[in-house]
Design a binder for this molecule. Structure first.
Ligand code: GLN
Length: 204
């Protein structure tokens, strides 16, 4: 199995590390490739879009290089049913509808998840925090939120996997997985359950 991590900006190495560790645990013989240019995603079986700064990541994935964009490659892979996971800024990019910050900054979204997101939803004093949440199909996980977005509305085909307070923070729509928090950081202390969950979608 070949997994691409979109590597234009953000916590790319953490996702590469977490995905490799999850592959080892599941006994999957695979490769994880961080990529900054078009031409790699299209040959992969799954894609991860990391957290970072959504405005920047958007600009870079919609940038044409040699007539192609990483964004188009992600969209066409998603349409083939291949699994795509976005975390934090990655979730924002996967979404169909943004908030006024997304509008104001003219941030282009991929529109693969039928959800509306609110950027930086968790306010100043709690911009970053860690909290246990119940993740459907996995159990309790320590979710790390870093100036995280939240999902404020979901379409009928979207399955809610986790909530925190009044917000939805993890969803799945067929092959597309979106998380408001950072599961790749849990891999540093050996917890790769979310990446395993994602790879299992890819393995079907
Ligand atoms: N606040 C960032 C944004 O809106 C996302 C933060 C993150 O990915 N950790 O782009």
């Amino acid at each position: 199995m070949k997994v691409a991590v979109v590597g234009v900006q953000g916590d790319v190495e953490e996702h590469v590390f977490a995905t490799k560790l999850a592959m080892d645990k599941l006994g999957i013989d695979g490769e994880v490739i961080a990529t900054r240019r078009p031409g790699v995603v299209e040959s992969c079986d799954a894609v991860i879009i990391p957290g970072g700064e959504s405005t920047t990541i958007s600009k870079l994935i919609f940038r044409k290089i040699g007539g192609k964009t990483i964004a188009d490659e992600i969209i066409s892979l998603a349409k083939k049913g291949k699994p795509i996971m976005g975390t934090c800024a990655g979730l924002i990019l996967l979404s169909k509808y943004g908030d006024e910050q997304v509008e104001r900054t003219g941030t282009k979204l991929l529109g693969l998840l039928d959800v509306k997101i609110k950027r930086n939803a968790f306010g100043r004093q709690r911009e970053s925090f860690q909290v246990p949440i119940e993740f459907k199909g996995i159990g309790t996980i320590e979710a790390i939120f870093i100036r995280a977005p939240a999902i404020v509305d979901v379409g009928k085909d979207v399955e809610v996997l986790a909530k925190f307070e009044n917000y939805i923070v993890a969803v799945k729509q067929n092959n597309i997985l979106g998380l408001a928090f950072h599961p790749e950081l849990n891999a540093e202390y050996g917890d790769t359950r979310v990446h395993e969950f994602f790879l299992n979608i890819a393995n079907i």
